[in-house]
Design a protein around this ligand. Sequence first.
Ligand SMILES: C[S@@+](CC[C@H](N)C(=O)[O-])C[C@H]1O[C@@H](n2cnc3c(N)ncnc32)[C@H](O)[C@@H]1O
Length: 272
Amino acid sequence: MRRISWRSTVGRGSGLAVVKTARLGTCRSRKLGPTAKHRQAGTRGIAGLQVARSHRFNGGVSESQVLHELPRKGMAGEFVPKHYFRRMERDELCRPDRPLEIDLGCGDGTFLREMAGAVPERDFLGVERLLGRVKKVCRRITRSGLENARVLRLESRYSIEWLLPEASVSRLHLLCPDPWPKARHHRRRLVQVDFLKAIQRVLQPGGEFLFMTDHEEYFEWGCEQVDAFAQFERLEWPENSFFYPKTDFQMQWEAEGKSMHRLRCRKPITED
Ligand SMILES: C[S@@+](CC[C@H](N)C(=O)[O-])C[C@H]1O[C@@H](n2cnc3c(N)ncnc32)[C@H](O)[C@@H]1O
């Protein structure tokens, strides 16, 4: 078996300039698949960032040599972590005295922008993996002069599992996520017990997870996963019971006559 190293530019096309050389272990052949670490993150590449590109055999690099970071200047409105391979501190993400809300898969940022505009005393972070959408959100945030909203270009699950600090988030929104309707694609759905476990870690006690979808079967699936996880309290969420702007996809689905299904859960204030 040979040691391998992997040089990668993270975030191809995004201008992300994290270049790393990491010893990833050993391999039996040159046909290298995703490493265990990547599989754990539920993605093929680190952070789902289309890592990859070239594998190089160079005799192995020690762990102390791992992760050379090059600075990258983000777009206005974009949040670029100082480091993609360690947990962040809460004060890197938001102002210390402000509640932090996360919008996973924020799309074109309609919800994020409206929410941030309406509640300036809270801080908002959108997470979105598509560069075009991130650029659009950045433009919208900047044009609206919002100082309490930013967007992170990254894969949702990686962000929650590996980057966000424990007990840092007051509300986490997952709105109209891709439903992956085919049975063979169900494993790609975000709402799974492992993901709920990661959400529970980042939520503050009393923090909420809000999941909304037009897809009835995905909604039932989500409820089953929450019940199986059994660590959240279910809360009522009648429509219009509190301020909650419509998302871009929600408006599209509702215009087609579809209705939305809502699941609202809370991390208990005192854990058993
Ligand atoms: C169906 S759209 C919904 C967008 C927005 N929440 C809305 O309701 O208008 C799903 C969005 O999530 C993004 N997305 C899907 N899977 C993702 C993932 N694993 N990590 C980050 N973003 C993701 C997609 O690029 C897309 O913008």
